[in-house]
Structure formats: C-alpha cells, structure tokens
Design a protein around this ligand. Structure first.
Ligand code: OFO
Length: 171
C-alpha cells in the first residue's frame, strides 16, 4: 500500500477513535446532568465513530497495509451547558470533514484511485453528520434555555436515538 495513503488512513483511525471517546464523554456529561435522551443519542454516536474506525482498519488490512493503533488525546469531560455540548459536536464533525478531505487529497496526489473510491462513503457520511448536528442545534435554539423547552428537546433526542438504533440494526 502507498505509504503516504497508509499514514493518512492511520491518522484517521486515531481521529475516529478519539471522536468516539469524545462523544462518549459528552454522553456521560448529559446523563449526569439529567439529559437521558441526549446521552443515549451520544452513546450511539460514539459507537458509530468506532464503526468508522473499524472500517478503516479492515480496509488497510485488506490492502495489505499496516494498521497502527496510536495513543489518544484525553477528551474534554465537562461543559457549561448542553448547548455547548452540541456546538462542540458540530465543530468536531467539521474538523473530521477537513481531515477526510485531506485524506482524499493525498489519494489524488498519489493516484490511489481505489482508496479515493473507498473514501466516498466517508465523504457522503459527513454530509449527514454535519447536517444532523445542525438540526440538533436548531432544536436546542428553539427550545430556549427553559426547563420545559429542554425537557421536550431531550425527549426528542430519545426518539432520535431509538430511530438511529433501529436504522443500524436493519443495515
Ligand atoms: Fe462523525 O465522523 Fe466519523 O467519519
């Protein structure tokens, strides 16, 4: 496997695993602050990021490359309010999008068209990930910073978490 492409995929393995742990930490914060629906949603999101990591691991192995599981940064564990949790989700997804674009760029420079084709799945996924995060932020803005509004917001997050779990079990 092309060594530059392999290095950029390994970097992404690390980023996906970090994203998984960050969303897990966010879920734990939501749980301890009374947002059970948001916690469930974020725990499911953490699992998804882990799947993104495993998909990359399998791909490198299939192509005869070498997977490197590297050290991870400590994720943030505290937020001042739920709005900031989901602002950080969007910011993180935007960062992941930039990284995926950079990986794609490396594939183009190295003329690794098989891997650029493989990355199409991640590119498409980012459209959904960013738009999902924006939808949640819109809902939070509509809910306002009132107990009633946040209660309804969290109930909706519970429904969204259940829907995405059902979706994953049929895939
Ligand atoms: Fe949420 O991003 Fe993975 O790829």
């Amino acid at each position: 496997m092309n060594t530059k492409v392999e290095a950029s995929l390994n970097k992404q393995i690390n980023a996906e695993e970090h994203a998984s742990r960050l969303y897990f930490a966010m879920g734990a914060w939501c749980d301890r602050n009374g947002f059970a629906g948001s916690a469930k949603y974020l725990y499911a999101h953490a699992e998804e990021e882990r799947m993104h990591m495993i998909k990359l691991v399998n791909y490198i192995n299939e192509r005869g490359g070498t997977v490197v599981i590297d050290a991870l940064p400590k994720p943030q564990n505290d937020w001042s309010e739920i709005l900031n949790v989901f602002k950080d989700v969007l910011a993180h997804e935007q960062k992941i999008t930039e990284m995926i674009n950079a990986m794609f760029e490396v594939c183009m420079q190295e003329k690794d068209y098989l891997t650029s084709n493989f990355l199409q799945w991640y590119i498409q996924e980012q459209v959904e990930e960013e738009s999902g995060a924006r939808t949640i932020l819109d809902k939070l803005t509509l809910a306002g910073n009132t107990q009633g509004g946040l209660f309804h917001f969290d109930k909706e997050m519970m429904t969204m978490a259940a829907a995405s779990a059902a979706n994953q079990s049929v895939q």
